[in-house]
Write a protein that binds this ligand. Structure first.
Ligand SMILES: [Zn+2]
Length: 243
């Protein structure tokens, strides 16, 4: 009976959302979103600006920017909220008991790690990220990286030499891929904006980069980071990747 009630509620919500999507879509909005009850993601057309996607970019750049955005949205279907919905958008138990235990310990590792990240304001006061408040976005950032890196490495373009330019001289395809991912979140903060990211469900941009890369082994291999440096801790979270 409870499930029937939930299904009816989901059906009503879907109908409302579909109506709203048709009538009120803002074509100037620059965003991307995943909707678990539709099992569908949307990338706004205005999001496809040149710094995110350009057919003339080196392939590594497109994968690391638009590719990561798309993979991030898909991985919302597998974050702590997404795994509670089945493929038809119905709330139900999807994971086995054993998978749920593994999923919970993976999630806890990410919550603990991001909660240790902090930023210091101009008075020297440190502010920690709330790892629980940001968990859905952090999981999607991490899972998205694993998926899009795999996709890029399976693309024959990842084996082609990068055209020589003064700025890219010496970077391998993999290195350019990771640099382009970091560039996606590059932003200068004013003093007033400093505290804003701490109210958000996303981690501050700096930690969206650090958190993903320090847990992703191909990154440290690509740049030969010394073990236990900031970007290559020996103990780290394995997120949607084998132990
Ligand atoms: Zn997201």
């Amino acid at each position: 009976m409870v499930m029937l009630y939930l299904d009816v509620q989901e059906y009503i919500s879907k109908k409302r959302l579909e109506k709203r999507a048709d009538e009120q879509y803002d074509y100037t909005q620059v965003d991307a979103v995943f909707m678990p009850i539709f099992n569908r993601f949307v990338v706004d057309i205005a999001y496809l600006h040149q710094s995110v996607f350009d057919p003339d970019h080196v392939t590594a750049v497109n994968y690391a920017s638009l590719g990561h955005t798309i993979a991030h949205e898909i991985f919302h279907g597998f974050d702590s909220k997404g795994v509670k919905y089945n493929g038809d958008g119905h709330l139900m138990r999807v994971l086995s008991e054993q998978s749920e235990q593994s999923f919970n310990s993976m999630t806890q590792c990410v919550v603990d790690e991001y909660s240790r990240f902090n930023m210091t304001d101009s008075d020297g006061k440190a502010y920690n990220i709330d790892g629980r408040q940001t968990i859905l976005e952090n999981l999607s950032d991490l899972g998205g990286m694993a998926a899009v890196y795999d996709a890029f490495m399976n693309d024959p373009d990842s084996k082609k030499p990068i055209p020589w330019t003064p700025k890219l001289k010496g970077l391998t395809n993999e290195q350019l891929f990771f640099v382009s991912f970091a560039r996606l979140w590059c932003k200068a903060h004013t003093e007033d904006e400093f505290l804003q990211p701490f109210d958000d469900v996303h981690s501050p941009n700096r930690f969206r980069i650090l958190g993903v890369l320090r847990n992703f082994v191909p990154f440290r291999n690509a740049f030969k980071c010394p073990v236990n440096s900031e970007y290559a801790p020996e103990k780290h979270c394995n997120v949607y990747t084998p132990q």
